[in-house]
Design a protein around this ligand. Structure first.
Ligand SMILES: [Zn+2]
Ligand SMILES: [Zn+2]
Length: 75
């Protein structure tokens, strides 16, 4: 299953330091949301693995439960 799809045109996003749709010529950032309280999660990079921390619940969230959205980057 491909999770990195453009929310506008459904084509696969390229990774270029950020996510980019070459069809729409739009850049996106991937934002994780807490599955429990819907707050935006903070991404913590540790030992090559990404962890997602909810400042609202004050705990780490399992990546498999995190809900991801692509948000347009302003250029
Ligand atoms: Zn697109
Ligand atoms: Zn939370």
């Amino acid at each position: 299953m491909n999770q990195n799809q453009c929310p506008t045109c459904d084509s696969e996003l390229d990774w270029q330091g950020h996510y980019q749709c070459t069809q729409c010529d739009v850049s996106f950032k991937k934002v994780g949301f807490c599955p429990d309280c819907e707050a935006e999660l903070e991404k913590l990079q540790a030992c090559g693995a990404a962890n997602y921390f909810c400042n609202s619940c004050n705990e780490l969230k399992s990546k498999s439960r995190v809900r991801f959205e692509f948000h347009k980057l302003d250029s």
